[in-house]
Design a protein around this ligand. Structure first.
Ligand SMILES: *Cc1c(COP(=O)(O)O)cnc(C)c1O
Length: 406
């Protein structure tokens, strides 16, 4: 499922859901923090589930890798100066992603807000303390964005006090540029929804000397996207840390031109009188993000891909064994959430189950399973957020429920 569909979907994700008794399927628990962890979820009555859906904030995103958790535990033992840590981590990350500079933010959302804040204020402390009340000041106040790229996350930009000016054609983009234009914004995941592609967008911006930003929150893998947009010449590049990279869910990375990142830092914690003071990232998340990025970049991505395909195929085999009237397809979204995604549908005349009902049964079953989406006779799921072996449980549960209906 595409992220924009997901945006719609997320608004209907139920809060809570039925409680299920925990059944031990023999799958390994990868928690490393404690030998005998207190079962806090159970104590609180919070449902946990197998995530065959994807990297959704509402579902707490992703699970951090062992190395990341170790970095978090390690860094919790000592104090350091926050700015010193951001400097050193930023330098390392910048090298890794072909940028002049980088900084850890609280998610991609705050990278969008703070990066724009940096553009608006430059190094002027008076401007920093004015934001977001920029009306009637000489601070620029408009961000140009393609209509098809105008998704809800634009709120992150509006939080600076700017308004978003929507355009469709290159001509309109050029005409929209004026002395109040602060930035030209591009959303990679929506790039098939706009007439203007990356390079043309950059060319227009360069011609009129307007800073550019790209939102690529959910666009790794491919891992090369981490440096691709820096190489292309975007001034600021924003990515989520807690999606496919499995860094801390509350971390993101802002990368790009040094002068702009320096200005961004003036708008950030630990500095108090800033719009970014509340978007704090602690040392544990900063180091966790750094290690998660490093780990992600060093992964054997081909092997990861094959493992994901194998998991999808395992599930396909199980459901196909139920009936010839169940059809499956592995779809790889061209933009965003690039992972082998299982699209399944069935002959509604022969198999009397509604997709929504099936989704509900998986959610309320034992153990609880969340999938990406469902419709009348359709279902979509992913395997990239499964723990090793959980594809077997998903296959068993799906088969069990489908068998009841044939
Ligand atoms: C997820 C997402 C964001 C927000 O990222 P966070 O890391 O959750 O703050 C912004 N833009 C797009 C396109 C996204 O998919």
């Amino acid at each position: 499922m595409r992220r924009r569909e997901l945006l719609k979907y997320l608004s209907v994700v139920p809060v809570g859901g039925a409680m299920s008794q925990y059944v031990d399927f023999g799958n390994e628990d990868h928690r490393v923090l404690s030998k005998a962890p207190r079962n806090l979820f159970e104590e609180l009555g919070v449902r946990t589930f197998i995530n065959a859906a994807g990297t959704y904030t509402a579902m707490t995103g992703s699970l951090m890798r062992e190395e990341t958790l170790e970095a978090i535990n390690y860094s919790a033992q000592d104090f350091c100066m926050l700015d010193d840590l951001q400097d050193k981590v930023g330098e390392r990350i910048a090298k890794m992603v072909h940028a002049e500079s980088a900084v850890i933010t609280s998610g991609c959302f705050s990278a969008l807000t703070l990066g724009l804040a940096g553009i608006l204020t430059g190094n002027d402390p008076d401007k920093v303390s004015l934001l977001p009340h920029i009306d009637g000041t000489d601070i620029k106040s408009e961000v140009i964005c393609q209509k098809g790229h105008n998704i809800g996350y634009g709120r992150a930009l509006k939080n600076t006090g700017c308004k978003i000016v929507l355009v469709e054609t290159a001509e309109e983009a050029k005409n929209a540029i004026n002395e109040r234009t602060a930035m030209m914004f591009f959303v990679h995941i929506m790039s098939d929804q706009g007439q203007i592609q990356h390079q043309e967008w950059l060319d227009i911006a360069k011609k009129y000397d307007i800073p550019t930003m790209i939102d690529m929150a959910a666009d790794v893998p491919p891992v090369s996207n981490l440096w691709r947009f820096n190489d292309m010449g975007f001034d600021l590049v924003c990515v989520s840390g807690g999606k496919a990279m499995r860094g801390p869910q509350s971390a993101g990375i802002l990368m790009g031109k040094k002068a702009l990142i320096d200005a961004t830092r003036l708008n950030m914690f630990p500095r108090g009188d800033t719009i970014g003071r509340g978007m704090k990232v602690n040392k544990e998340e900063i180091l966790g993000m750094y290690v998660a990025l490093e780990k992600f970049m060093n992964l054997d991505h081909e092997k990861e891909w094959k493992a994901q395909e194998a998991s999808v195929n395992h599930i396909i085999k199980a459901v196909k064994s139920v009936s010839d009237n169940i059809f499956t397809e592995i779809v790889v979204p061209p933009l965003g959430n690039v992972t082998p995604t299982l699209h399944m549908n069935w002959d509604a005349d022969k198999i009397k189950i509604n997709g929504k009902e099936l989704q509900r049964r998986l959610r309320e079953g034992n153990p609880s399973i969340e999938i990406a989406s469902s419709e009348d006779n359709k279902l979509v799921l992913t395997v990239w957020m499964l723990k090793p072996g959980q594809e077997k449980i998903v296959a068993v549960r799906l088969k069990e429920e489908m068998l009841k209906m044939v």
